[in-house]
Design a protein around this ligand. Structure first.
Ligand code: 6GU
Length: 228
């Protein structure tokens, strides 16, 4: 799967793409990330990408032409990419949206906005607008990395153990059950006896119950929204 990112700050993507699971997936060729510097499509001698808002107000707004030119260039090279504008006004990302994105072959173009926002007419150029949560970032770059990370780990071969995909939090619209490893006793806190019992059916039922109780207590919203 390919991820294309249109951004004013391509250097922000250096370290996340080198380390960890994602770095390995990139090196193995399972995932391709291409950065498209928006500045190259800026206007005039100063490569301008933003301007003051019509009607007044503080801050700057990203002009539509550089974004349109960058998108045209990416789309002509790679037709069929799913175009996503990253904005706090978008649909809020969750695991079900992540799954949908992972199915968008040949891949995604992520447009990272900056400044106080992008010109409203850019919305007409994209397939989807996404936010990563109800808080403000100075730009869409970190949101793009979050999306790349979340989508890439669903691509076959990226995760070491694909079975963990079915067990992790949100896989079934619930939080994951509590996990323990050695030691059996840590500062007087003991691993639940049932996990040491070797009774796999009892362990499965205990975990299911723990996941349900934990979700009801911490994230009741997930139980009311569950899609499956
Ligand atoms: Cl996608 N962009 C910005 N600038 N802030 C955000 C966001 C995106 N998602 C949450 N906050």
């Amino acid at each position: 799967m390919e991820f294309h990112v249109i951004t004013l700050f391509p250097e922000m993507f250096d370290s996340p793409l080198v380390g960890g699971l994602l770095g390995r997936a990139v090196r193995q060729g399972l995932v391709t990330v291409r950065l498209h510097p928006l500045r190259e499509h800026g206007l005039g001698n100063y490569r301008q990408v933003d301007d003051t808002p019509y009607g007044g107000g503080s801050g700057m707004v990203m002009r539509p032409e550089p974004i349109a030119a960058a998108l045209d260039s990416v789309m002509s090279e790679r037709p069929g990419l799913w175009r996503v504008l990253l904005t706090p006004q978008g649909e809020v990302l969750d695991q079900s949206i992540v799954r949908d994105l992972a199915a968008r072959e040949p891949g995604l173009v992520l447009i990272a906005g900056r400044y106080e926002g992008v010109d409203e007419r850019v919305r007409a150029l994209v397939d989807q607008e996404l936010s990563i949560g109800d808080y403000v970032l100075s730009g869409g770059e970190l949101a793009a990395m979050v999306i790349i990370e979340a989508v890439a780990r669903l691509i076959p071969g990226v995760l070491g153990n694909p079975q963990s995909l079915d067990e992790e939090s949100f896989a079934h619209g619930m939080l994951e059950y509590p996990q323990y490893t050695r030691p059996e006793d840590f500062h007087g806190m003991r691993v639940p006896e049932i996990l040491l019992s070797g009774d796999h059916e009892k362990i499965r039922a205990w975990r299911e119950n723990q996941a349900r109780e934990r979700t009801a207590h911490r994230r009741p919203d997930l139980l009311t929204r569950r899609k499956q």
